[in-house]
Design a protein around this ligand. Structure first.
Ligand SMILES: [Zn+2]
Length: 314
């Protein structure tokens, strides 16, 4: 399988300040590891450009997009909350991340590649319609899903979010729609940020039944993952028959992660990816677009992401 790689070293210029877990070293560790083990050369490097503000406007309010731009331009230290720090380069970097997602969507739907992995930062799944949250400025995966649905033959997009945190921004973007099935596995909101993603959140109105939250208790491990995939995630995907599978690939559910309290290993991430590859091959012409979300232990991030991408190649 041909797997595209979206990566631009400029994403390391998004400086979050001393001690912030979402730091440039994450990307250095990830790409450095991919290079070291010969994985980068197995991927198709996709060139891309920064997205224009109208692209962010698919999911975010124009006022919010302009507020982010102006806040960065005028030297503000953070957007909306201290855990979303910004620097002078953050606007360009955030627009690049969105542009990379759009390029991944085009490359996968045109057949240039079968699947794609976006190795960019900052992450996106917490970003809301008009609010930055949880290290995230723009919701890359949600923007990508909305963009894909404009294409011929793409009527249903499934997003599987296995970051340790609930993908609140993505859920809220689509919870009233049925053209996106959102499935989030995460540490239970009683124990973990952002305190959303309870099982009873299943969508609203026309979107009722198209949001699936699978909260996991602390110390859940690969065996838990296998059980919930078999019982909940895979049946939901099989019923939905997605035209494209998207992945919010956070690696902060790994045992060593300093923010999460789950105990996933590389094998657990490979298992999930293998099952998603199976779903994509059956229903979606093999098409998967995966984007990096969290993952804050550098070694676990690099190792688990490599397992994920190596499995995408199969
Ligand atoms: Zn996370």
């Amino acid at each position: 399988m041909k797997v595209g790689l979206i990566h631009d070293g400029r994403c390391m210029a998004h400086d979050t300040g001393y001690g912030h877990p979402e730091r440039a070293e994450r990307m250095k560790a990830l790409i450095g590891h991919f290079d070291d083990i010969g994985l980068t050369e197995k991927l198709v490097r996709l060139e891309f450009e920064a997205a224009g503000v109208e692209v962010m406007g698919r999911i975010h309010s124009p006022q919010y997009v302009e507020r982010v731009r102006q806040s960065i331009e005028t030297g503000k230290s953070h957007i909306d909350t201290p855990d979303v720090p910004v620097c002078a380069a953050s606007w360009e970097v955030a627009c690049l991340g969105v542009g990379g997602m759009i390029r991944a969507c085009d490359a996968v739907t045109s057949g240039e590649v079968n699947r794609a992995f976006c190795a960019m930062r900052p992450p996106g799944h917490h970003a809301e319609y008009d609010k930055a949250m949880g290290f995230c400025l723009f919701n890359n995966v949600a923007i990508g899903a909305d963009y894909l649905l404009e294409k011929d033959g793409i009527n249903r997009v499934a997003i599987v979010d296995f970051d340790v945190h609930h993908g609140n921004g993505t859920q809220h973007a689509f919870e009233r729609r049925k053209d996106v099935l959102f499935i989030s596995l995460h540490e239970h909101p009683r124990f973990q940020y952002p305190g959303m993603g309870f099982e009873h959140e299943t969508g609203e109105g026309k979107g009722e039944g198209y949001t699936l939250n699978v909260p996991l208790m602390p110390e859940s491990n690969d065996a838990t993952v296998k059980r919930v995939f078999e019982e909940k995630v895979l049946p939901a995907l099989e019923t939905y028959e997605p035209d494209v599978v998207m992945v919010s690939a956070g690696f902060d559910a790994a045992t060593a992660d300093p923010l999460g309290h789950l105990e996933f290993t590389r094998e657990g991430y490979e298992y999930m990816t293998r099952e998603l590859v199976g779903i994509a091959n059956r229903f979606a012409k093999g098409r998967i677009i995966s984007t990096l979300e969290g993952g804050y232990d550098l070694h676990a991030l690099a190792d688990c992401a490599a397992g994920h991408v190596e499995t995408l190649l199969t």
